[in-house]
Design a protein around this ligand. Structure first.
Ligand code: NIG
Ligand code: FE
Length: 434
């Protein structure tokens, strides 16, 4: 958490530090217990002509009732101008900290070379590993900061971020340290994941187990320096098998890490039942999920984290979101921002794609991009909804309703972004004055 934000928010007494009034529509997911599943994702609390009140960086009240008792001469009053307000968006699967970019592989991809073939030939993730190893810590910080600035501009106030572009201790730690510094200095909160098993270095091809042991050997340092909460692995053809994933995730669990898994992105190997068995917080991608995977998730609280920007960018299949909702799964949506399969920080565009290709309703999308996303990164008790004692992270849009934001696509409709009650983005752009 950014310490400058915290300082701004301390004041004695019962009165609000900030009141946002004249909110045309205020939306927040309808929460009961646990993640929001199946058809419940379509129920969102809606307040009209509403207000919200903040004190000490947290919401203290909101709704349609009279708020005059919360005001004194020090309360800052903001007029939302009848516009739409939602909780700050939560992007719960990103690879935000990485060196360089891969535009030179883009043409290959456009000519139809499959993602996994580029990886097999030593490109893809391996190219970014090289660039991340070579970039200075300062260079990595600046590149990642720029991405976080973009994300914040699209209304994202909390992200998950993974390592995995080092595949050796020094660079994995460099990524995680940069991420920790950004978490402390930037308004966006970052929930850190260690993903040392993101790809198998060529020299370990004949001996995968010793690479996994090497990654497990890094746990100690990561834990000691408090650099990650979660451990993730790429369970996929051409990356790591289900047995490999079980071996690594079991060890991670014993170390006290929480778990995530990249599963069924291209092939349904069996990573999803494994995620359920090990009580992972989320199983991510799921484009190729089969009936066994759906059944396993339906009987669990594991979040199905869908990343439709990746399907869009790889021109591949989309996760069967409607089927998942019918089966009662709890869905989140994330950008998967990374330099290979989803090089865009525009989370609102991810949500546009969810509407068009996943055929999710506006309410389902809001639930998936706020509360359920927070649930998958173990933050459901502090962000992802407008509720008393939650962090006062919220977005004021230059739009009158949420369906409009999803319909008018690929445009940034965000007007102002508040993190812990402090305005951190003001997107009022001056074009020119005559
Ligand atoms: O989530 N699939 C594995 N990892 C990333 C892609 C990483 C890359 O191509 O650099 C993903 O899609
Ligand atoms: Fe990913």
């Amino acid at each position: 958490m950014n310490s400058k934000l915290l300082k701004r928010t301390l004041r004695d007494g019962m009165k609000a530090d900030l009141i946002v009034k004249n909110i045309g529509i205020l939306l927040t997911p309808k929460v009961t217990k646990g993640p929001i599943k199946g058809k419940d994702m379509d129920c969102v609390e809606t307040y009209q002509d509403a207000f919200l009140a903040v004190k000490g960086g947290k919401f203290i009240d909101f709704g349609e009732h009279d708020f005059s008792s919360l005001i004194d001469e020090n309360t800052e009053m903001v007029d939302a101008g009848g516009k739409l307000v939602t909780p700050g968006l939560v992007d719960s699967h990103t690879h935000v900290v990485h060196g360089g970019s891969r535009e030179y592989e883009f043409e290959q991809k456009m000519r139809g070379v499959p993602y996994l073939d580029i990886l097999k030939a030593g490109g893809g993730i391996h190219s970014t590993v090289k660039m991340t190893q070579e970039i200075s810590k300062e260079g990595l910080y600046q590149q990642s900061k720029k991405s976080l600035d973009f994300m914040l501009g699209f209304g994202v106030t909390t992200v998950e971020g993974k390592s995995g572009y080092g595949l050796e201790l020094e660079t994995e730690l460099k990524q995680l340290e940069v991420q920790k510094e950004l978490h402390e200095n930037h308004p966006v909160d970052i929930v850190p994941t260690f993903m040392g098993a993101h790809a198998l270095p060529k020299i370990y091809e004949a001996d995968r187990r010793s690479f996994l042991d090497k990654v497990i050997g890094m746990f100690d340092e990561v834990k000691k320096r408090n650099l990650a909460e979660f451990v993730d692995i790429f369970c996929e053809d051409g990356a790591f098998s289900v047995e490999d994933s079980r071996y690594l995730l079991d060890a991670a669990k014993n170390y006290g890490f929480k778990l995530k898994i990249h599963a069924d992105e291209v092939v349904a190997l069996g990573g999803v039942p494994l995620a359920v068995e090990l009580k992972a917080h989320s199983a991510d991608h799921l484009m190729a999920i089969n009936d066994e995977g759906l059944e396993a998730l339906a009987n669990s609280d594991v979040i199905a984290n869908l990343l439709p920007s990746t399907s869009f960018y790889l021109n591949s299949t989309y996760a069967p979101a409607r089927k998942m909702i019918e089966r009662g799964l709890a869905l989140a949506l994330s950008s998967d921002y990374n330099p290979g399969s989803s090089p865009s920080e525009n989370f609102l565009f991810t949500l546009n794609i969810a509407a068009i290709h996943l055929k999710m309703s506006p309410n389902e999308i809001l639930t998936a991009a706020t509360y359920n996303a927070a649930y998958g990164i173990d933050r459901a008790d502090e962000v992802g909804r407008i509720a008393k004692s939650y962090k006062a992270d919220f977005v004021i849009y230059d739009a009158l309703n949420w369906p409009y934001v999803l319909y008018h696509f690929a445009i940034n409709h965000v007007k102002d972004v508040y993190k812990m009650g402090v305005k951190v983005i003001d997107n009022k752009r001056k074009i020119w004055e005559v």
